[in-house]
Design a protein around this ligand. Structure first.
Ligand SMILES: [Zn+2]
Length: 103
C-alpha cells in the first residue's frame, strides 16, 4: 500500500522576480541581485550582490551582459533602485564580464 503523501509541489522554484533588463520573470535564485551603494571611488554605484545579503533596496537581473545592457539603456537600474538614472553601473558590468561565459 502506497501511503505517505508528500506536500512538496514539483516545480519548487521559490520566489519569482522580474529582470530589470529584459523584464522577463525568473526564479529569484537564477537572477543576480544588485543594490545601490558606493563604488571604489566613493561615488554612488550599482553593485552586484550575488549573495543577496546587502541591506536596502535591490533589483534583479539575469546575470548576462545582454540583460545588463538592456537595463543600462533603459536606465532601469536607477528606476528600480530609486537612485539617479545616471548612477554608475560599471561594477555590475565588470562582475558580469569577468564571470559571464556562455554556457
Ligand atoms: Zn533578463
Amino acid at each position: 500500500m502506497l501511503v505517505a503523501r508528500r506536500t512538496t509541489s514539483p516545480p519548487n522554484v521559490g520566489p519569482v522576480r522580474t529582470c530589470v533588463g529584459c523584464r522577463g520573470q525568473a526564479a529569484k535564485r537564477e537572477l543576480l541581485r544588485v543594490t545601490a551603494g558606493s563604488g571604489t571611488d566613493g561615488q554612488p554605484a550599482v553593485l552586484p550582490d550575488p549573495r543577496a545579503t546587502a541591506p536596502g533596496r535591490g533589483a534583479h537581473l539575469h546575470p548576462t551582459i545582454e540583460c545588463y545592457d538592456l537595463a543600462v539603456r533603459r536606465k532601469a537600474f536607477g528606476r528600480a533602485l530609486r537612485v539617479s538614472p545616471g548612477i554608475c553601473t560599471e561594477p555590475v558590468g565588470d562582475y558580469l564580464s569577468s564571470r559571464g561565459r556562455p554556457r
